[in-house]
Design a protein around this ligand. Structure first.
Ligand code: EPU
Length: 302
């Protein structure tokens, strides 16, 4: 979708929102899939209510992008503009055991920055791509930990109330890859409380998790991490593997040979290819195991 009205463009400039016309979502997502649309980069949290009022008043549909690492975007010209936060400087501020982190901060950087200041707990998240805001929204986790356990406060834009709000950690529920945030809430910043641990000890944990991840996941390839959530007490990857589906392809969309719950873009896969592969695998799992796999990846189909 293109913003062509010069009045809207001028209003965006006034809100310090940067307009990047015809941005390629393939370049903004780890899967390397997605069509084009105008990208609006937000430099100040405070401008968000006015920005969204402006877009609504002008009937400009929008989606909010984090780090694009758990996302499958449709092909071609997309029917909505995309909003993205620009990270402020500094994006992480420490105060004792508390870390105030901007939602646009890179998750891996946040883990290592805190580690270097003897704050641990998040070792398992090393290697999880994306932003802190994205991790927060879906309660990212790995190797027995999840980010929600450390959340004490979240600053967000509440779409339903049309205003910025701060919630305490105990006002939010964090479950397996799920939170109580509304789908159109925008994560802006989070205050984490992290346990004190000496850096060398944290580093040891980080190295172990990195090693496990390298051994079992296709890290060098374009993917969105796990495509499906694990059903209670089971592993979607193991089920897909047991059906012999590693290497199954539709065009350049392919079930990874390393981890069957990772679907990779092995070249020029389209969203259509990837969605067809997801549907095929999901049908086969349902037929063989009677299990309906739930998507972990977020799909923005045009
Ligand atoms: N397995 C297979 N074949 C495969 C993949 C896995 O047999 O192709 C087996 C493994 O050998 C192991 C079991 O399945 O015995 C579980 O595998 P793994 O340890 O890789 O864990 P997972 O359940 O497949 C989950 C998360 C990952 C996270 C890892 C490590 C989900 C959907 N996946 O994977 O998170 O990194 O545990 O904690 O919850 C993600 O969320 O995108 C993600 C990758």
């Amino acid at each position: 979708m293109r913003i062509e009205d010069p009045k809207i463009a001028a209003a965006l400039t006034e809100l310090d929102v940067q307009l990047k016309p015809a941005a390629s979502l393939a370049e903004l997502t780890s899967l390397g899939i997605g069509g084009t649309t105008d990208l609006l980069r937000i430099t100040k949290h405070e401008s968000i209510p006015d920005l969204l009022n402006l877009l609504d008043a002008q009937s400009v549909p929008h989606r909010f992008l984090g780090g694009g690492s758990n996302l499958l975007v449709g092909d071609g010209e997309l029917p909505w503009v995309v909003l993205q936060l620009l990270s402020p400087e500094p994006d992480i501020v420490l105060d004792g055991n508390f870390a105030q982190v901007d939602a646009a901060a890179d998750l891996g950087r946040a883990v290592t920055f805190c580690a270097k200041h003897d704050l641990g707990g998040m070792e398992g998240l090393i290697g999880v791509p994306g932003t802190v805001g994205g991790a927060l929204r879906m309660n990212a986790g790995a190797y027995g930990m999840q980010i929600g356990s450390y959340v004490r406060e979240v600053k967000l834009y509440r779409a339903a109330q049309r205003r910025l709000e701060t919630l305490r950690g105990d006002q939010i529920s964090f479950e397996y890859r799920h939170t109580s945030f509304a789908p159109d809430d925008m994560m802006l910043a989070v205050k984490l409380e992290l346990p004190s641990k000496p850096y060398p000890e944290i580093l040891k944990g980080i190295r172990i998790c990195n090693e496990k991840r390298r051994a079992s996941q296709p890290l060098g390839q374009k993917s969105a991490g796990c495509i499906f959530k694990n059903p209670l007490g089971a592993s979607a990857g193991r089920m897909i593997d047991e059906l012999g589906l590693k290497g199954l392809s539709v065009g350049d969309a392919r079930v990874s040979d390393r981890h069957a719950n990772f679907f990779v873009n092995a070249g020029k896969a389209s969203a259509k290819d990837m969605l067809a592969l997801i549907a095929d695998v999901s049908e086969r799992v349902q037929k063989s195991f009677g299990t309906i796999l739930e998507y972990e990846v977020v799909v923005w189909d045009a």
